[in-house]
Design a binder for this molecule. Sequence first.
Ligand code: SF4
Ligand code: SF4
Length: 405
Amino acid sequence: MIISLRDISYAELKDKLSKDDKIVLWSCNTCIKFCGIGGYDNMVLLEEMLTADGYEVIGKELVGIACMYSLTEQHRDHPNKRELFEEATAIICLSCEDGYEVAEAVFKDKKVIKVVKTLGVGNFTMDRGPVLTAPFESTGLEQSDEGYSYPEIAEKLSLYPTFFGRDEARDDSGENLVSVSINGAEYRVKEGLTIMEACMECGIEIPHLCSTPDLTPDANCRLCLVKVKGEREFTPACAVHVRDGMEIITEDDELNHNRRILLELLLASHEHNCLTCHKGNPVIAGACELQSLVRKFGIKESRFEQDKEKMPVDTTSPVLLYDPNKCILCGRCVRACREIACQDNLGFVNRGFRTVVVAGANKNFAKSPCVTCLACVFACPTGAITEKIAHYTGEDWKEELIFQS
Ligand code: SF4
Ligand code: SF4
């Protein structure tokens, strides 16, 4: 992965803008997201900061791979985006320097603002986050197998290790707290959090597949059901907010028995080619959340059978592959496309076992109004929608990267 760090302060960014600018935040959704300088969350944060300071942000645009000229050009010319880019006067570019050069070339008549310095190639580690292992000569850093962490690079090269606003200590003192009991222990948590969020803040994990912090809860997978004292039915932790005095049980034999059955049902309708699945390689693709939960619950096989017809894989998109046989119908991609990409390109068709996610009006991805932002790829908990550019084939027990674009 390409490693970049933030090169300018928030004050310097504001110096490059005028209060008359119509600003579009433009973020790559690949390397820079894992560098912590891009992605949807950071665009939301920057929009909040700029708006509070009197600047006008008219759009937040995610592009799957910003250094691909053709994708950036297609995004600019997309019928749903044309008006936005005609109105824009400034583009704040959250991408590596290659992506910035592409944006400069594509948005010739706009002020395109560079935010990062690109330093070389590295990888993402669980304990240290992104590390730089093969620095460009221009950085003056030696090659390093162990790699340089962000704080180290920031100190050596006078750069910023975090995104705008993320390094400032958050003042939570004004927030209202409520008292809750979780699995018999007492906690004080922020009012307004869902049960799932409150539990996460207290270090208690609740199994889930259909929810993520970025998306509106849908409570369709039912894995996060918990017991709340006084409620006759189980409560979906992703969708219900904490109340003062709430008494919550997140796991016991009954809840876990239900979760096992739900997981077995999901497995029964999910293709079992984990050995060759792109998502089966966490280094390349991030772990499959379904597989992680199945392991956690010690499930060896499913007692259920579903006679599901095998559906064709859609390979028509330039950036992603869609394999409906691995879809668990969690709807995360549908909500990501609507809420993050603002496209509403994905939806469900049919009923029961025949329900399937489709792009556009039941067409393939290439014929749909997809803007190739990859928001659905990062939302998908399984290998159903995956990035195409570095696909893991697993053929003949050899790991092989095939590049297609
Ligand atoms: S289907 Fe939607 S979320 Fe997925 S890449 Fe296309 S526009 Fe983005
Ligand atoms: S494609 Fe992925 S994100 Fe979309 S519904 Fe299926 S499993 Fe969920």
